[in-house]
Design a protein around this ligand. Structure first.
Ligand code: SF4
Length: 685
């Protein structure tokens, strides 16, 4: 590298460098310095970089230092996107302030946040001037934020220290896309969200989360200033989040709520208010009310077509991906007939509302009418995309979400999101850096590159690949036990065998155990049996969905000897150092359910490509998730622990080797349930 800042990076991150001398917990790591150089090289050469770096390398400082120097040198902005708001806050509230303090170079950073974080002046002032009626609880909430609202300089809800119950009424005053009056807003100059956006223009580094980055790129480009350099941390989930963001939904509840708010049954709906305010429009509004009543019936009829076709039990709350049989069936033809009437009537309602709005000039200061109009337009647009535009396209899928046996949402998305990510986010970038501890399958980046639409960049050699294993000594710090006398997960006695294995582990450790599940039903069944067995033991069982929210469970797990059992969210993002977590139990290999829309989308894609979807999608996806789960165990050089795997397919199936080999733990032992206690006791003696 020829650039002068290369030396600066060494000065900061190198052995005996500034950071090692100035920051208490900072240790020089060769891998970190190499990563930082690679990141800088990508900026310098207008290249893309995909980097997998194991836990403990210190990737955050590696890319922050490079981004700071690049931005200082060129005056160009670098956007840093993280998956979770927690990491976004950690970078914004801890890492960057620390670097700013110890670095001689001056730089500006800012956090980009979604509009729902900010108070909307127009909504707030309408409430204060009595233009919106509130119930007692809502009034209490407004009273509790009065002082803050008068003196806040940011308008950011994070400054409020109210309970989550009190904050549940934040929606009354929060900025939102559908109700924003934009340049027509009387408080435009004072708008906190717009101030935040202006502030971003002055920043060298902008910290954002994936959801906001994607919304901005896909929906309206209204938040982030123009940028050419993007760092995506926790990049292993970026395609999945893109799939969700690119999905379009028609929700029965949202549709009925909006319609009802216009004509609520006690004659107190918005249109009755309008009728009183503008008697001259009385007959027009009466006609509109009749159309809305009809629209309510059409909406019920539309969703009833699905409910009659799929007569699921009242407890069913999953999804169903529509297939060719569904599209060819009689009920689907009827559904389309109902939909066409529904859409036609909705369009006339929207036109009528626009008419009234134009004649009364109401929406000039009225968020409510703006919100309702925008919401109805969006509902109509979404239904059009789902039931007309996307319907016969080969590269889309449709699915239904159920709640208690009834269809609550109709959704559609595209298959192979990679092409769309490229189009919306990557296409115009000069440099892109994607990092995570889990991008590859046994060192191969192809699965990740394919999912994210980056494979073609390898052909023109625009993308560099960087792979560094964790500096931790896994051979000494961890061991994996494969319990081989448990039947296959499809066996009816699998859950009771899992309970026996858990009991053995608990007898030995009495707590500090994390058990990872892949199915809610299985978690429920195992919990039921285990609670009975542990009744007289002095061990606390903490179960997701039963014993509290994520943060509560983690706090309890950290402070008591307990066994924590959870699903998806516990497979990643947990950072429990030291003795808090001694043993990690993986109940089943983390294959996604093939009926999940995201899995179905890839299955459809590979069928179309005449390729094996299991080998190309299901297996690499599970191997990466397995590695993510394993990654919870060893979080520092001083940690040690045991992983116990209760799914014998890891031993008996050929594909088990792919998953096993992708794990950083190479010390593996096959044991029986009876041996669990001895082996664990021996490990920790
Ligand atoms: S511009 Fe939009 S968000 Fe800002 S105060 Fe006005 S209505 Fe609210």
């Amino acid at each position: 590298m020829v650039d002068s800042h290369y030396q600066s990076i060494i000065d900061y991150l190198g052995p005996n460098g500034f950071l090692e001398n100035k920051l208490k917990n900072f240790t020089y790591r060769e891998e970190q310095l190499q990563l930082s150089e690679e990141v800088y090289k990508a900026f310098f050469n207008n290249e893309f970089l995909a980097a997998e770096v194991g836990t403990g390398v210190g990737k955050t400082y590696a890319y922050l230092i490079s981004a700071i120097f690049w931005s200082i040198e060129t005056g160009q902005k670098v956007i840093i996107s993280t998956k979770t708001k927690a990491l976004q806050q950690q970078i914004n509230d801890r890492d960057l302030p620390l670097l700013k303090k110890v670095m001689a170079e001056s730089f500006v950073y800012a956090e980009a946040k979604g509009r729902e974080n900010y108070i909307c002046w127009n909504k707030y002032m309408r409430i204060l001037s009595g233009k919106k009626s509130l119930n007692i609880e809502e009034e209490k909430f407004i009273t509790s934020i009065l002082k803050w609202a008068e003196k806040t300089k940011t308008g950011d809800r994070k400054e409020l220290s109210l309970t989550s119950n009190e904050m549940s009424r934040w929606y009354l005053v929060s900025a939102d896309r559908k109700s924003c009056l934009k340049e027509k807003c009387f408080y435009h100059e004072k708008c906190f969200r717009l101030k935040m956006i202006k502030h971003l223009e002055k920043a060298d580094l902008i910290i954002v989360n994936h959801a906001l980055l994607l919304s901005d790129a896909i929906v309206d480009n209204s938040i982030l200033p123009e940028y050419k350099h993007l760092i995506i941390d926790e990049a292993h989930t970026f395609d999945r989040e893109s799939f969700d963001k690119l999905s379009v939904t028609l929700s029965i509840t949202e549709t009925l709520d909006i319609l009802n708010s216009l004509i609520s049954s006690k004659n107190s709906g918005y249109l009755f208010y309008l009728k009183n305010q503008f008697p001259a429009f009385s007959s027009q509004i009466t006609h509109l009310i009749i159309s809305i009543e009809r629209q309510l019936e059409y909406t019920e009829a539309l969703f009833n077509c699905f409910n009659q076709a799929f007569n699921y039990e009242k407890t069913y709350s999953y999804n169903h991906v529509l297939n060719n049989n569904d599209y060819d069936s009689e009920w689907f033809t009827e559904l389309i007939d109902v939909y066409l009437e529904w859409q036609h009537n909705l369009n006339s309602i929207i036109n009528e509302l626009i008419n009234i709005n134009e004649q009364t000039n109401l929406s000039d200061g009225d968020n409510d009418l703006t919100y309702m109009l925008n919401a109805l337009i969006e509902i109509g647009d979404n239904a059009f995309i789902i039931l007309e535009e996307n319907l016969n396209k080969e590269d889309t899928i449709h699915w239904l979400n159920f709640n208690n046996g009834n269809v609550c949402e109709l959704c559609s998305s595209i298959i192979n999101v990679g092409n769309k990510i490229k189009e919306y986010v990557f296409k115009d970038l000069d440099s892109l850096i994607m990092l995570s501890a889990t991008l590859t399958v046994n060192g191969d980046f192809n699965y990740f590159l394919k999912k994210n639409g980056l494979l073609e960049y390898t052909d023109c050699q625009r993308i560099n690949l960087f792979l560094k294993e964790s500096p931790f000594n896994y051979d000494k710090q961890a061991k994996m036990l494969l319990v081989e006398d448990i039947p296959d997960p499809s066996s009816p006695i699998f859950e009771s065998e899992v309970v026996l294995a858990l009991e053995e582990t608990i007898k030995s450790l009495k707590g500090n155990i994390l058990v990872l599940f892949t199915s809610r039903k299985q978690l429920y069944e195992v919990t039921l049996q285990l609670r009975k067995k542990l009744k007289n033991d002095n061990v606390t069982l903490l179960v997701q969905h039963e014993d509290g929210e994520f943060k509560t469970l983690i706090d309890k797990f950290t402070n008591t000897r307990s066994v924590l059992m959870g699903l998806d969210t516990y497979w990643e993002g947990l950072d429990l150092k030291g003795d808090i977590l001694k043993c990690l139990i993986i109940v089943k290999l983390p294959f996604r359910s093939p009926s999940e829309p995201y899995s179905s989308s890839w299955e459809k894609y590979y069928i179309k490509e005449q390729k094996n979807s299991f080998l190309n999608y299901m297996l690499p996806d599970a191997a990466i998730k397995f590695k993510q789960g394993i990654g919870r165990l060893i979080r520092s050089e001083n940690d040690d622990g045991i992983v116990v795997v209760l799914d014998t397919r890891l031993i008996t199936k050929n594909y088990g080797k792919v998953i096993k080999d992708n794990s950083p733990i190479k010390s593996i032992e096959k044991i029986s349930k009876q041996q669990i206690q001895d082996v664990i006791n021996h490990w920790f003696k």
